[in-house]
Write a protein that binds this ligand. Sequence first.
Ligand SMILES: Nc1ncnc2c1ncn2[C@@H]1O[C@H](COP(=O)(O)OP(=O)(O)O)[C@@H](O)[C@H]1O
Ligand SMILES: [Mg+2]
Length: 286
Amino acid sequence: MSASVLDVPDVRTAGSVSHADGVHLDRVSRTFSTARGSRGVLRDVNLEVPSGEVVAVVGPSGCGKSTLLRLLGGLDKPTTGSISVGGTAVTDTDARTAVAFQEPRLLGWRTLAENVALGLPRCSRGSRSHQGRARVQELLHLVGLSHASEQKPREVSGGMAQRASLARALARNPEVLLLDEPFGALDALTRLRMQELLLDIHAAQPTTVVLVTHDVEEALFLADRVLLLRSLDADESVGSIAREIAVPGQRPRDRADHALTELRSELLQGLGVDTHHRTNPSEETR
Ligand SMILES: Nc1ncnc2c1ncn2[C@@H]1O[C@H](COP(=O)(O)OP(=O)(O)O)[C@@H](O)[C@H]1O
Ligand SMILES: [Mg+2]
């Protein structure tokens, strides 16, 4: 692979973390107006994500995970509090961040290469831009799609389409990659492969990643830190971050690592899932 995909300084060697690095959220809240009055969806979110860190966000459906990503990407504004990326406030959609969603959202009439090119900065997007075309080829190579560059989205599998979507998000070399349940629609095996791919990409290009996932194992396999968000409906006084867990060990991790299995149970319990199946229903009333 040629240098430009890898041409990102390894920010983790750049010394101590300051607000000028990575992502910083200061007392961020988001309230929506609804027919039944105002509804707090995120409250008091304080978060520091140093450059190059991978943070996973888990939480029950509707607790505000996607809302948080939208705020980070400048697609929505906090009701109170502030957000900065690389020391500068996020006030609008912003070339420093890129988002990939559960569904690939590719243009069906364009080839995979053309779809990836849509993620390039405007200046290198034109079909005559040699630099742009070279970058697209590099990205397709990075996600293992060199052989399918001229295919249309409907001609490829769901996993391949999702890889193209990741490549498009990476095309402009974002400072922060925001992933909203990116593998949620894929079958179990493809999902595991995509997780490995994300690790490879991150090793080659250590972008800051905020990954929303409903899969606790995925969070523990990929992230340096896992944030457990709570739904605010039950309690008007608490903040959105219920727990923050530093994941032990270096990536790539052993999925069967005992420390991870324990954290998995802890997180599942935090999500209200009982990890011990009861065979005798009468035990529940004891
Ligand atoms: N623009 C909006 N107006 C009103 N309510 C919204 C808006 N966007 C999101 N919500 C509500 O905020 C809650 C959190 O949504 P979301 O962030 O998508 O949850 P999650 O991704 O955790 O499942 C949901 O109840 C949703 O209906
Ligand atoms: Mg969501």
